[in-house]
Design a protein around this ligand. Structure first.
Ligand SMILES: CC(C)(COP(=O)(O)OP(=O)(O)OC[C@H]1O[C@@H](n2cnc3c(N)ncnc32)[C@H](O)[C@@H]1OP(=O)(O)O)[C@@H](O)C(=O)NCCC(=O)NCCS
Length: 333
């Protein structure tokens, strides 16, 4: 029988585009019927980053990956696997993971993408962890990267103000020490609620079911109010499950909660309902908006680099999004 290994989170990295887009640009430049005050008070977002021409989810992902590999004290030649989570890949084929593998100059290792929208990084973390835990990979690179600003309808004030671009990455390494690193991961999906967040693609044969007709097929459309309710309910459930998953640590043993950066009001409502202490929550959505698969790994990397979290801390990562999907991971750094 295979001897299972521990999965250490050995290094993290992130990359956001240089271009800052403040809320005011939606009124001043895009002439949208909204306001900085509405966006700030209803979402918590002040600004987000937009990828420049030539910047893509693969190029941002490559930069985040390089930073994570350097933080792990490794080189690209050490990697045995690349899993990239994205719903905005550069190409339909080949995968972003292939592009990142080439850009990093890795050996001919397995590399592939995962599409689980804003839960994507935790899905990729789960797959990477299982390769490492079983000994199939010694070092796995997991990337979450998206450029959602390329698929937004800038006439739809309900959705276009919410998102930004970016990438985050982590290197997972095998360790003989169990009960450290990645402890538990929970993944869920409910495809019956697929219409709540959708990006019909150019290969979609017929327009998908849904209440609204969209002017162009490949735009993101969301049912914000319903997603809000779903997100709060699931986030509360995931926090309660995590407390059960780490019985030996208890709620007090979770040093930080790093949630998907979607809306400050969603986070606040979930904290109030679950009783999780707000001072332990890492939030950076005010500066980046919702960066989809990149949101959790960017916040995790920022928490580590700013000293908000430190090696030895146990963090709870929580994400939810299109699918619908929702997910959590308990990780001791
Ligand atoms: C989208 C979201 C910010 C809307 O906030 P909300 O408080 O739920 O607002 P509502 O949808 O109830 O809309 C309230 C009013 O604000 C208006 N509104 C929506 N966007 C607006 C904007 N950018 N500026 C000004 N007014 C806006 C609506 O048209 C509505 O007007 P009405 O009452 O005249 O119909 C919020 O629901 C949310 O964050 N949802 C989740 C987002 C999501 O799906 N993320 C992706 C997946 S993780």
């Amino acid at each position: 029988m295979t001897q299972l290994l521990g999965v250490a989170l050995r290094g993290t990295g992130s990359c956001v585009p240089a271009r800052v887009v403040p809320n005011g640009d939606f009124t001043d430049i895009l002439k949208l019927d909204t306001s900085d005050e509405w966006i700030r008070t209803r979402t918590g977002i002040r600004e987000r980053r937009f990828a420049a021409s030539g910047e893509t989810s693969a190029s941002l992902g490559t930069l985040a990956a390089r930073a994570a590999i350097a933080a792990a004290g490794l080189t690209p030649a050490d990697l045995d696997l690349i899993v990239c989570a994205t719903v905005t890949p550069d190409l339909m084929c080949p995968s972003n993971a292939n592009l990142i593998q080439a850009a990093l100059g890795c050996r001919p290792i397995p590399s592939f993408d995962i599409a689980a929208a804003c839960s994507g990084f935790l899905y990729a973390l789960s797959v990477g962890s299982q390769f490492v835990r079983t000994g199939a990979a010694k070092h796995a690179l997991v990337v979450g990267t998206d450029v959602l600003t390329r698929i937004l309808d800038y006439t739809d004030r309900n959705s276009c103000i919410l998102f930004g671009d970016g990438a985050g990455a982590a290197v997972l390494s095998a360790t003989p020490v169990l009960n450290t690193g990645v402890r538990t991961i929970r993944l869920y999906s409910d495809g019956t609620r697929q219409e709540l967040i959708q990006v019909p693609s150019k290969v979609t044969q017929t327009p998908p079911p849904g209440p609204k007709q969209v002017p162009r097929l490949d735009y993101m459309r969301i049912s914000g109010r319903e997603v809000f309710r779903f997100a709060v309910t699931r986030m509360v459930e995931l926090i309660e499950q995590a407390v059960v998953d780490c019985r030996e640590l208890g709620l007090g043993g979770i040093d930080a909660l790093i949630p998907h950066q979607v809306n400050q009001r969603i986070i606040d409502a979930a904290l109030e309902a679950s009783g999780f202490p707000s001072e332990k929550v890492m939030v950076n959505l005010d500066r980046y908006g919702n960066t989809s698969a990149a949101s959790v790994p960017i916040a995790l990397d920022e928490a580590l680099r700013t000293g908000r979290c430190k090696p030895g801390d146990t963090v709870l990562l929580v994400a939810f999004g299109g699918g619908l999907t929702w997910s959590s991971a308990l990780v001791t750094l």
